[in-house]
Design a protein around this ligand. Structure first.
Ligand code: S3P
Length: 174
């Protein structure tokens, strides 16, 4: 039986998980958490710094712990980092605990949003576009295993939020 009290947003960097998650939580009157923000607050530093000093593996283990903790609450809207689904144990846990919604954007839209971004360590490369395409290809089949997918291209955060809100009202009998 799916638990509609916990809504988990997944998707590539730049799909708007944080913005939409926080709008959705307000609409639903439930707490909102962004896993990256929780990690930064807890460790007192930035994601960029964590990647640089402790590496991706350390970051992923923090991400996994934070997700487990946040999903222990009764109701929440949780925005995850784009790579949270690469830990299959964490991904399965999220799917067991709540409704996982994939915010899906096209490669062109993503590149438009990410090309000048300095705060995404996963795109730090001599060839950031190739790096993005590579990650996208690897992750896309994983994202598609979410319970629901919402296309975000050409929509405002308010439109996307209301689409998810309507889905929850309809499918979750809220
Ligand atoms: C990552 C995405 C980031 C952040 C970290 C790693 C990824 O979150 O968790 O830089 O592996 O895709 P956003 O998706 O919010 O940018």
């Amino acid at each position: 039986m799916l638990n509609w009290d916990k809504i988990i947003l997944i998707g590539f960097m730049g799909t708007g998980k944080t913005t939409i998650g926080s709008l959705l939580a307000k609409e639903l009157h439930v707490p909102f958490a962004d896993t990256d923000q929780v990690i930064e607050t807890r460790l007192g530093t930035t994601i960029t710094d964590i990647f640089a000093k402790q590496g991706e593996c350390f970051f992923r283990s923090q991400e996994n712990s934070v997700i487990q903790e946040l999903l222990a609450s009764n109701s929440i809207v949780m925005a995850t980092g784009g790579g949270a689904i690469t830990n299959l144990h964490t991904y399965m846990f999220m799917k067991q605990q709540g409704i996982v919604i994939y915010l899906q954007a096209s490669i062109d839209v993503l590149w438009e949003r990410l090309q000048d971004c300095e705060s995404r360590p996963m795109l730090k490369s001599q060839y950031p576009k190739e790096q993005m395409l590579n990650l996208y290809r690897i992750r896309q089949p994983l994202y598609q295993q979410a319970h629901y997918s919402i296309q975000v291209d050409d929509k405002t955060p308010f439109e996307i939020t209301s689409e998810i809100y309507n889905l929850i009202k309809k499918m979750g009998n809220k």
